[in-house]
Design a protein around this ligand. Structure first.
Ligand code: SF4
Length: 321
């Protein structure tokens, strides 16, 4: 038994939700039809180089449908897969879900919160698209329900953020996290491993920076090069910029990262899975070992590796660094 109260070798968010809320909280993705300042010209027009929201949205998730309709189709779909789940989190996932007028945002969140079985919302957004006033309004509408905010961070290195055209820097991440921490909001961050210019060592060296920040949960996924994105172009033009992990490399890197991470950070995801039709031929050719591997399988392989190494999250964490 580890400090997080179960025998899995990392502090899994799914176990935490069972312990705290009595069962697994199933996320139902929603595309609420919001835009993104890095696409509409406010910050930029090209978007982040890896971005193609279609590749990461489930099929029922379409902005032409109301929030209620998406939740209705999403919960039917998920109930078939996870029979015991009765509590859902409406996951505002696509694009930037705090990027509209406060009235428009609150109306959409409120519609989701009224749906039967929805016990809270998860809002995915950019670190430069929150303010204390907006957070207060969100807290008001969520009231007795659960609220999770997720920031796309992707990397702690400003040079990487520039290379992938994120349109914000790491300092803005730090500010946003302090803003949500002051409001006592459960906050998660996303990271991508394998971004151009980053070596495995650089990825591991992010841990001390992250360990000082006030957030509760973490999602990591491997860089997936999606057809037609600017990342595909960069990959074709400068392949040497990419670490190009095999599955075995990725598992070893994730295990090393988890060993260095503070034990209190909840792990929400350790790999991504865009449908194979979205991947470039190029990336499939160079990433043969990944082809057809599902997230669940990657997770099993990570846990198996941790067992073989007899290691766990935080084993090498050093709070003094
Ligand atoms: S990844 Fe998010 S922030 Fe970046 S362009 Fe796409 S929607 Fe905008």
């Amino acid at each position: 038994m580890y400090s997080w109260g179960h025998t899995r070798r990392f502090n899994a968010f799914s176990n935490y939700s069972v312990r705290h809320y009595g069962q697994r909280l199933q996320k139902v993705a929603i595309d609420a039809g919001f835009s993104c300042p890095n696409r509409d010209g406010t910050i930029g027009t090209d978007g982040c180089y890896y971005c193609d929201n279609k590749a990461f949205n489930p099929s029922y998730c379409m902005p032409e449908k109301s929030i209620t309709q998406q939740l209705s189709e999403g919960t039917v779909f998920l109930t078939r897969r996870y029979k015991k789940v009765t509590q859902y989190l409406a996951y505002f996932q696509a694009y930037t879900n705090t990027y509209a007028s406060t009235e428009q945002l609150i109306e959409k969140y409120a519609e989701a919160l009224r749906f039967p079985g929805v016990v809270g919302i998860v809002i995915g957004t950019r670190p430069d698209c929150v303010s204390p006033e907006l957070l207060d309004s969100i807290l008001k509408v969520t009231a007795s329900k659960l609220l999770f905010i997720e920031f796309g961070v992707e990397s702690c290195y400003d040079e990487t953020l520039k290379k992938i055209n994120r349109g914000h820097n790491f300092n803005q991440v730090v500010e946003a996290l302090h803003m949500t921490a002051e409001k006592n909001i459960h906050t998660g961050i996303h990271l991508i491993f394998g971004l151009p210019g980053e070596t495995p060592l650089m990825i591991l060296q992010q841990v001390p920076k992250l360990a000082k920040l006030p957030f509760q949960s973490l999602k990591i996924h491997q860089l997936q090069i999606i057809k037609g994105t600017l990342m595909e172009r960069l990959y074709r033009e400068q392949p040497s910029l990419f670490a190009n992990f095999t599955l075995v490399d990725y598992i070893a890197l994730i295990v090393s990262f988890l060993e260095r991470l503070p034990p209190k950070i909840l792990i929400d995801r350790l790999a991504g899975e865009a449908p194979p039709r979205y991947h470039t031929q190029l990336s499939l050719k160079n990433r043969e070992s990944w082809a057809g591997i599902r997230n669940d399988r990657i997770l099993q392989l990570i846990e198996k590796k941790m067992q073989e190494k007899d290691t766990w999250q935080g084993k090498l964490f050093n709070s003094d660094i």
